[in-house]
Write a protein that binds this ligand. Structure first.
Ligand code: BGC
Length: 780
């Protein structure tokens, strides 16, 4: 755990220069607007430790698979959202000496992520033996409002000495991915151009090899000295994959030089290929016309609106407050919910790991966050993304030998095709199919948009059900269906038989598909007929098999402890608990051999508890407690997706101290770098889990399915951690927006918009009046 960042409710602050942690800071201070994003790399040249990362959502490269031993069924490639042309670069040279924080004496350094207003700021004082001393302040934004715009204001105050400053703002398309499988470069230049319509600008159009996406990256810039524009004689410089300008200004002590660089980033996802260069240039010029202060103001306004919907206020605990805001901020920097071709990579735009691709994380973790904090279309878009990939999921299953329209969604994907290539995950971590079905269920329940089922949902559910009935087999000795050779969410064990979570999810999918089938047949018979014909669905034969599996599936259970068993044989392992581990050996994945991890009892992430979380209403509190106590004691939480689920369940069983401790772990996972891996990027998808641990955990929010296919009821069951004096959150639920505030005495519900809302609080029926509020005593 590292705690080098300062606490503040609205800011992330790094005080002092930490070159050894620069990669960590680059991840944490990342900025983005849901379409483009980047790590907090320096604008000026830096020869110290850095991972350059600048990403354009949806623009990927199929990097040829690299594995030790090829297995039939492996995908040919791993799709990566690649490091894109660098638009922030500004080389600074003073009398022939490059400004480089690795080479200069850094006297002061401060990096701030302004979450309320949505920009990044860096200030530092540096000096050189030559007697030169500079105070530098740099601000950078990626505009939420202007989807294709970024801007930098680079300001240098000469504190001591004087010199001839040469600024070289540039675009560099000669960039690499550190994780390139074969060290290949992924971009080729299409056009490089001086922008004639503006005195100081230019652009490059680069195309990805193989996928041929085109990205135009343009810049214009302005330099001033003490507020007066300079640099009419800026020289254009160009070479292969590089365009820039060079402008020289003489400055003495007391002078302030400022360079504003405005960038446009336009891709062939949104423009004709031939237009991406001009479109990028137009975006850069429009940004320049707005000016940096104007862009900052717009940005603050956009973020004000986001925060109005999504903020969570925690009183009395700055670490917790900062943690949740950081999580919400990063989520909305990654995905804003208005482009159904985009999704939420586990690291968002903050690093290369996971390639910016889509995982089950989206459905299992992110959907509830977007449903409650964004318009319902955002959640719907996440679902449609998978609907559009259904044909590929069917192809994927067929490649593995499944037939008749069975669908296996990929573990990792960009365009619907599987990218993952470790057999124990690609072929075995099939529970992801269940998360996709569950997301359909939850979306409909939450929004009341049951029409979705006839339009899209049913087809996906049939595909998934067809998969499950083929993936199980009948075991003569057990006289039950079993499922062999799977990996549950706990990736610290592979190729297990009868993972309780997967088996339970499979049965649930089959049952739910049956219910949806009857519903669509009744409510939308014509649609049902069309679907049946289109996908060749033999209802009688297929549902008979589904029902047989539902009635006869084996679900491992330990009678003695009265717990669900993670998988066959789990109790035969040497039983130890996390408390017995030597702290210096953690995280295990950085200290133990893989062999030792696989044979140990230790669990990477919620597995049985993931299932209890999803289907919680089926279990009583004692059952949840028994399973929680048993599995929490064995879980090392080395997946970011884990502590949030445990925190929610700890809240559910009333173990508030434990819930709080796990909450801090999830919300400050990257800020305090619990798992020693923030350098690779932030854990974006689990940040939605953090949100869940407040709203569903401490807030006890659930939507219960008590009126089948007529919309669920909102339940709240708030508790308050001892460290907090109050907390409040806002959720959209159907036509209502409600604000919930919990303090030491009471629970206040405010109906900010929408009609009278019947709901359940602490298990009692209540009614929240239109435009009104409801104040109740806090019960726990
Ligand atoms: C977890 C998976 C998750 C992936 C991406 C892995 O470490 O075990 O469950 O999907 O990270 O977040």
């Amino acid at each position: 755990m590292k705690s080098y960042l300062k606490l503040d409710p609205w800011k992330i602050i790094e005080e002092g220069f930490h070159p050894e942690l620069n990669r960590v800071s680059e991840s944490i201070f990342s900025i983005g607007n849901g379409r483009i994003g980047q790590r907090a790399n320096f604008e000026e040249r830096y020869t110290g430790q850095t991972l350059q990362g600048n990403y354009v959502g949806g623009i990927y490269y199929p990097d040829r698979t690299r594995v030790g031993w090829w297995k039939n069924g492996y995908p040919e490639y791993f799709a990566k959202v690649l490091n894109a042309p660098n638009w922030i670069g500004i080389d600074i040279d003073i009398d022939g000496v490059q400004l480089d924080l690795a080479e200069w004496k850094v006297e002061k350094f401060r990096r701030v992520l302004h979450m309320r207003e949505g920009y990044l700021e860096r200030s530092f004082t540096v000096s050189k033996e030559t007697g030169l001393k500079l105070n530098v302040n740099v601000q950078r934004i990626i505009s939420l409002k202007r989807h294709e715009t970024g801007a930098v204001r680079y300001s240098v105050l000469v504190e001591k000495g004087s010199g001839r400053f040469t600024f070289a703002p540039y675009i560099d398309a000669d960039v690499l991915n550190e994780d390139a499988n074969y060290g290949e470069k992924f971009w080729r230049e299409v056009v490089r151009k001086k922008d004639e319509s503006h005195p100081a600008g230019g652009y490059i159009v680069a195309a990805t090899k193989k996928t041929d996406f085109h990205v135009g990256t343009a810049y214009v810039f302005q330099v001033s000295k003490n507020g007066v524009p300079v640099g009419e004689q800026a020289a254009f410089i160009e070479r292969e994959q590089y365009v820039g300008h060079r402008v020289a200004v003489k400055a003495d002590a007391g002078d302030r030089l400022e360079l504003c660089k405005y960038a446009g980033i336009a891709s062939s996802l949104n423009h004709e290929k031939k237009d991406v260069g001009p479109a990028a240039a137009a975006a850069a010029e429009a940004a320049a016309a707005a000016g940096f202060p104007g862009l900052l103001e717009e940005q603050a306004e956009s973020w004000r609106e986001r925060w109005r919907q999504a903020d969570i206020v925690i009183e009395g605990d700055e670490a917790a407050q900062q943690g949740i805001r950081f999580n919400i901020f990063q989520l909305y920097q990654t995905y804003t919910g208005d482009d159904e071709r985009l999704n939420i990579g586990p690291k968002g735009f903050t690093g290369e790991k996971y390639g910016g691709s889509t995982y089950w994380d989206t459905e299992a973790y992110c959907l509830p966050f977007y449903l409650a904090t964004a318009p319902a279309e955002a959640g719907r878009k996440l679902l449609l993304y998978r609907y559009r990939h259904l044909p590929k999921a069917i192809e994927n299953a067929a490649r593995l030998g499944f037939t008749g329209g069975a669908a296996l969604y990929p573990m990792v994907t960009m365009n619907g095709e599987e990218c993952h290539n470790e057999w124990e995950i690609t072929f075995e971590e099939i529970h992801r199919n269940g998360a996709i079905a569950f997301a359909i269920y939850y979306y409909c329940l939450y929004t009341g948009d049951y029409r979705y089922l006839a339009d899209y949902g049913l087809e996906v559910l049939i595909g998934i059900s067809r998969f499950w009935v083929q993936r199980v087999h009948w075991s003569e000795p057990r006289g039950r269906y079993v499922m062999h050779g799977v990996t549950g969410p706990n990736e610290y064990e592979n190729n297990v038989n009868n993972n309780w979570y997967t088996n339970t999810l499979a049965v649930w999918c089959l049952k739910y598909s049956r219910e949806v089938l009857s519903y669509v047949k009744k409510e939308a018979p014509e649609d049902f007929h069309k679907i049946r014909t289109r996908i060749g669905f033999d209802e009688t034969v297929e549902t008979k098999k589904w029902q047989h599996v539902i009635d006869n599936m084996y679900l491992p259970f330990d009678e003695e402890r009265r717990i669900f068993l993670q998988q066959d044989g789990y109790l035969e392992k040497e039983q130890k608990t996390v408390a017995e581990l030597d702290p210096s050996e953690r995280p295990l994945n950085q200290h133990w051999s893989w062999d030792r991890i696989l044979r140990s009892v230790f669990i990477k992430q919620a597995d049985v508890l993931q299932g209890i979380f999803l289907f919680e209403s089926q279990y009583d509190t004692d059952t949840i407690r028994r399973n929680f106590d048993f599995y929490e004691a064995r879980t090392v939480h080395e997946s970011s997706l884990s502590p949030c689920i445990h925190s929610i369940l700890a809240s559910r069983i009333g173990d508030i101290p434990r819930a709080y401790e796990l909450y801090l772990r999830t919300s400050r996972l990257d800020l305090d770098d619990y798992n020693n891996e923030a350098a690779e990027g932030c854990h974006i998808t689990s940040m939605a889990g953090t949100w869940m641990s407040v709203v569903m955990g401490f807030g006890g929010m659930r939507v219960r399915d008590d009126m089948q296919f007529r919309g669920g009821t909102l339940h709240l069951n708030p508790i308050l951690p001892a460290a907090w004096t109050s907390f409040s959150f806002r959720i959209r639920f159907r036509n209502n927006t409600i604000r919930v505030t919990v303090d030491t005495e009471s629970v206040m519900l405010e109906n900010e918009s929408g009609p009278v809302l019947p709901l359940m609080v602490y298990g009692k029926k209540e009614s929240l009046p239109e435009n009104g509020h409801l104040e109740l005593s806090r019960e726990h």
